[in-house]
Design a protein around this ligand. Structure first.
Ligand code: MG
Length: 354
């Protein structure tokens, strides 16, 4: 699928996405899963092609060999029996298969995913990701349009050490902060592009008004992340650097991050739900991370983001920010919120239309 606008990130430009959807059905219902693996290996090493291959050749045949309806909690053990390293090597493929089974299970039971959440909210807090394309003026104008559209949190890709840059990251943050009200949260996603010697540069971004930095340093660089957190001048979240939902919380406990990004496309909806249900107060903010999702996963993320433990705006923008035509009913943002399908709408995923 072609993105409506290209998004420039430190590891490359996203203009289109290969999307793998899984339909899993029996005589009574159909469940859907979406694989978040991107086209190129720059994010976590897992690619859309490799994920589709392992799904069609190994994971789905193993699941479909069972003639009875499966429970989503069985998926990892069944796949692990034939592919012991699946969780480590193919986390997004595995999460997509688990998602389809969970969606089918909930649809067969006639209940919405929110039924698994204690006291779900009616709506999820939305966040917009800016394209980071063009001049500073272009970026500020795009930010202003997002705020006018009701978004209270903007994510901008941070691309240091980019040869083609005509402005610095600090100039961009200064311009955004000058144009936006103080209560608009600005999050910079560096995708691990800063080097340890850039620590002072990242600290300066916080002093200039960047509220949160996501994955500033390489995903193995515990020490520099801890040094940044210790300064207290900016909130820090990890993305590429966490491999599981428990990893995400451990990073906060270990002072590598102040906030938790939960990516169900990588960790699976069940693991994210378990973590949220067990959430103890570490003073961390929690939000749901996205992967340029279609409505199939985007609606599922809306439902997960109604968990009361998700207290910061999530990577959930309107479908129209990404796709000219989404594959499902579009996700719509109103005054910074997306109304959840609710308990009475069975399932987890968005349902593709025709
Ligand atoms: Mg990220």
């Amino acid at each position: 699928m072609e993105l409506v606008t290209r998004v420039v990130a430190s590891h490359g430009t996203h203009a289109r996405r290969r999307v793998t959807l899984i339909a899993m059905s029996n005589d009574d219902a159909e469940g859907w899963g979406e694989c978040g693996a991107p086209d190129d290996p720059g994010y976590s090493g897992e690619t859309a092609d490799a994920a589709e291959n392992v799904l069609t050749e190994r994971i789905l045949p193993a699941l479909c060999a069972h003639s009875r309806p499966l429970r989503a909690t069985e998926v990892r053990a069944i796949v692990g029996a034939i592919l012991p390293d699946a969780a480590a090597r193919h986390p997004m493929a595995l999460a997509a298969a688990e998602m389809a089974v969970l969606d089918l299970q909930l649809r067969l039971a006639g209940v919405g995913f929110e039924a698994l959440i204690p006291a779900p909210k009616r709506a999820a807090l939305a966040g917009a990701t800016l394209s980071n394309a063009g001049s500073i003026d272009d970026i500020v104008a795009e930010a202003q349009r997002a705020v006018d559209g009701g978004y209270r949190r903007l994510k901008v890709k941070i691309t240091p050490h980019r040869d083609s840059a005509t402005f610095s990251e600090s100039e961009m943050v200064v311009a955004l902060r000058a144009a936006l009200d103080d209560d608009i949260m600005i999050l910079g996603d560096a995708n691990g592009a800063y080097l340890p010697e850039d620590l002072a540069t990242v600290i300066a971004l916080g002093e200039l008004g960047l509220d949160v930095i996501e994955q500033p340093f390489a995903d193995h660089d515990t020490e520099t992340h801890q040094r940044l957190v210790a300064t207290g001048v900016i909130r820090v979240a990890l993305d590429e650097g966490v491999r599981s939902a428990t990893d995400a919380l451990d990073a906060v406990v270990n002072h590598e991050a102040t906030d938790v990004t939960l990516k169900p496309a990588r960790f699976g909806y069940l693991a994210c739900l378990d973590l949220l249900n067990a959430a103890v107060d570490h003073g961390a903010g929690v939000w749901i991370g996205g992967m340029f999702d279609t409505g199939v996963a985007r609606w599922a993320n809306v439902r997960l983001a109604t968990h009361p433990a998700v207290d910061m705006p999530s990577d959930i923008g309107a479908s129209s920010r990404y796709w000219a035509v989404d594959v499902t009913e579009p996700v719509v943002v109103d005054d910074g919120l997306v109304t959840s399908p609710g308990l009475r709408t069975a399932g987890l995923a968005g349902t593709p239309v025709a």
